[in-house]
Design a protein. Structure first.
Length: 522
């Protein structure tokens, strides 16, 4: 019996390259003084020198800001898009970056779009004065959104430094200098983001004048959403896919509160007055033939998936920093980085595997696929379902306890008799080829200075397993499926031997708690 191993222990034997990086980050640019009611009153009354709080002053600033944006777009030749109600912005904007890059440009403003969106800001109400004239209606303050990607930053900096790499979409699959790439990924932080925001604020029109900046109306940055990715690249792409599918199959309960608490290093309380709020669940989503595992923890989630068939990536996305005891300001990014990367590394430690699927696949390939010796000779494989290969493995089990081993003539009659063939069917030349197949795959070893062979421990174990698999499982199972009972079942019917009718739930059962933990494959 093999004890379960953590996925991290199994994966470490196959990973040749790994890197941590901040993935997508969605940031909010705001003015702290305008987050309070009194600050807004001061902005529309004291700063412009108005005797009373009136929306007339910010209304003029808003119109001037709109005019500056249109003027900037006209001077730079930037297209302006007016979005209609219900129009999907991604579909409209997708063609503009392609034209921008096709023109040979690498940096700049691609397009300007105007749309009405819902935001939580202070708003004045529409009223009329004593003469019946309507007062201006305006929302303040003028917030902005900044979205950046740490993986794209690392790829650009690696290319600038002359570091060779193979890059799938949004990441690395292979690099020439691992230490340099890790250093570049680690350098992406609050200082780089602040410099990026300051650079674009200098380029784009700003609703605040220099006098407003002097009065303290300056932008600061807060974290709305931050993603942290851990990318591991196995030696062969097939090993990564096999490992990932096995990890999903054996860990569908990874989204339970107890497991999530281990991943994020936090105590999860499910009952009582201090119960941890939020939803905990596991989902398996499949895009084409590529599955991905989604674990939801309150307002955050962690998603391991096979990146384009080349790398194993674990992405932790934090949507609510307060849930982890940190603030929203950009200065808290190092603390969020530590939380995200720790969760990405704990996930393989929490997941358990009963075996190493990649090692099993390699052993199966080594047995069944043809081999080529260093001298260039091609040795056929022991194909599954081949009667001659099956008889050879079954005959091998009879010669394990012979002290002097066995020779060509000792083994030759048995593989012929097992399938019911005459003994002369297998000639000495055929048996020599079969012995070569067994010896090159480690089933047998040749006794020095003789023409006799002995069965190895590994060879006996593999021969017994493959023989029993063929005789007791494959043959019996296929016979059952091909029997008369199989023909009476409809193509889309349910097999009563494989399915059972679930018992009705008890009215006192804890069904509500169970449904929040069940996996939801799609």
């Amino acid at each position: 019996m093999t004890l379960p191993r953590s996925a991290a222990d199994v994966l470490n034997d196959h990973v040749v390259f790994e890197v941590e990086s901040i993935d997508r980050a969605c940031l909010n640019l705001y003015v702290p003084e305008l987050r309070r009611e009194l600050g807004v009153v001061g902005f529309i009354r004291e700063h412009p020198g108005m005797p009373v709080a009136s929306a007339a002053a910010p209304a003029g600033k808003t119109e001037a800001f709109y005019a500056a944006v249109r003027r900037f777009a006209g001077q730079e030749g930037i297209p302006v898009v007016e979005f209609a109600k219900g129009q999907r912005k991604d579909d409209v904007m997708r063609e503009h970056p392609e034209r921008f890059l096709a023109a040979g440009r690498a940096e700049g403003v691609v397009v300007t779009g105007r749309a009405q969106e819902k935001v939580r800001v202070f708003a004045t109400s529409r009223r009329r004065d004593a003469e019946g004239r309507s007062c201006p209606w305006i929302n303040v303050p003028y917030n902005a959104k900044l979205c950046c990607n740490g993986n794209e930053y690392a790829r650009a900096m690696a290319a600038r430094a002359g570091i060779g790499f193979t890059a799938p979409d949004n990441g690395f699959a292979a690099v020439d200098d691992v230490a340099a790439v890790r250093a570049i990924c680690g350098s992406f932080g609050e200082q780089v983001i602040e410099a990026l925001a300051a650079r674009w604020l200098d380029i784009l029109p700003c609703p605040y004048s220099p006098a407003g900046h002097a009065a303290g109306y300056r932008y600061e940055i807060s974290v709305v959403q931050a993603g942290f990715s851990l990318t591991r690249v196995p030696g062969t792409p097939v090993a990564g896919r096999i490992f990932f599918e096995q990890a999903i199959r054996g860990n569908l309960d990874i989204g339970r509160p107890g497991q999530v608490g281990l991943i994020f290093g936090r105590r999860i309380i499910r009952t009582g007055p201090r119960a941890t709020p939020g939803r905990f669940r596991t989902r398996v989503l499949t895009g084409g033939v590529i599955p991905s595992l989604h674990v939801d923890c309150r307002h955050s989630k962690i998603k391991p998936y096979h990146k384009e068939g080349k790398a194993l990536r674990t992405q932790t996305t934090i949507n609510d920093t307060r849930g982890f005891g940190t603030g929203k300001r950009l200065t808290n990014l190092p603390a969020l980085r530590a939380i995200g990367f720790a969760a990405s590394r704990r996930l393989p430690d929490v997941r358990k595997l009963s075996h190493d699927p990649a090692a099993g696949q390699a052993a199966l390939r080594q047995i069944s696929q043809p081999l080529t010796t260093p001298a260039g000779a091609r040795i056929p494989g022991l194909r599954r379902g081949d009667p001659r290969a099956h008889a050879l493995l079954a005959a091998l089990c009879m010669f394990r306890l012979l002290p002097r081993g066995f020779a060509n003539s000792d083994l030759r009659p048995i593989p012929a008799r097992l399938p019911g063939l005459p003994a002369e069917t297998i000639t000495p030349g055929k048996m020599t080829c079969d012995l070569r197949r067994l010896r090159q795959r480690g089933f047998t070893t040749r006794i020095p200075r003789t023409f006799r062979y002995q069965v190895t421990d590994t060879g006996l174990a593999h021969a017994l397993f493959l023989t029993r698999l063929h005789d007791r499982f494959l043959r019996a199972g296929l016979a059952d499926l091909a029997g008369p009972a199989a023909s009476t079942r409809s193509l889309g019917g349910r097999d009563p031997r494989l399915h059972h009718r679930p018992r009705p739930a008890s009215p006192h059962s804890r069904s509500r708690r169970l449904t929040s933990h069940v996996a939801e494959p799609r």
